[in-house]
Design a protein around this ligand. Structure first.
Ligand SMILES: [Zn+2]
Length: 205
């Protein structure tokens, strides 16, 4: 089975630091399980470094060298890198809200300064979400189980990306486990389904 990856444009935006925080968290979760995308990130970072080397020199403060030298020999201040959260248990630290039979939502970031948010959604096997679209972008990483929509099937570790042109009706596949996804979105839910009517006032989605 082929893994489903983020687009190159999204990976480059991740490297450049231009993705909203929720979207970066979803990409980082995928990177933890995908060597292929980690290699793309490594190449993109190396290319960025090479471009910097050939950039014209910029003026620096007169005492920059002196201040840098003064820091030499100081103990390392950065803490040891924390383990990257990748599992349902890592993320599911809040409260699950029931949205309907077999559908639960846990808001993790309720709109940051980029108007982006991060949610966990948990859907019982065989249950379909009502068809909907978004007024912005949507990046999903499957943490457990699998789902399918008009664009294909997505299994644990896979990433699905959509923009305002995507109208879809995801269905949790019958893998014997609930489908649990980490979803970063910008904009609002589009559509007049009961899902939109229910979650917009409650969660501001
Ligand atoms: Zn990948």
């Amino acid at each position: 089975m082929n893994r489903r990856h983020p687009s190159e444009a999204t990976l480059l935006a991740y490297v450049a630091g231009t993705l909203p925080v929720p979207h970066s968290i979803v990409i980082r979760t995928h990177l933890a399980v995908c060597g292929e995308c980690r290699e793309t990130i490594r190449l993109a970072t190396a290319l960025g470094g090479a471009l910097l080397e050939h950039a014209p020199p910029a003026a620096m403060a007169g005492d920059a060298l002196e201040r840098t030298l003064a820091h030499l020999g100081e103990p390392e201040r950065s803490p040891a890198p924390a383990r990257i959260p990748t599992t349902v248990q890592d993320f599911a630290t809040g409260r699950w809200w029931c949205l309907g039979p077999g559908i639960r939502l846990m808001p993790l970031i309720r709109r940051d300064r980029d108007d982006a948010r991060l949610d966990l959604i948990r859907v019982a096997p065989g249950v379909a979400l009502p068809g909907h679209g978004h007024t912005g972008s949507e990046i999903t990483c499957v943490l457990q189980g699998a789902f399918g929509d008009e664009t294909g099937e997505y299994h644990a570790g896979d990433v699905a990306e959509g923009d305002e042109d995507l109208d879809h009706q995801p269905v949790a596949l019958d893998t014997g486990r609930e489908c649990i996804c980490l979803i970063a979105t910008t904009g609002r839910l589009r559509g007049h389904s009961w899902l939109a009517r229910l979650v917009q006032p409650m969660f501001g989605i």
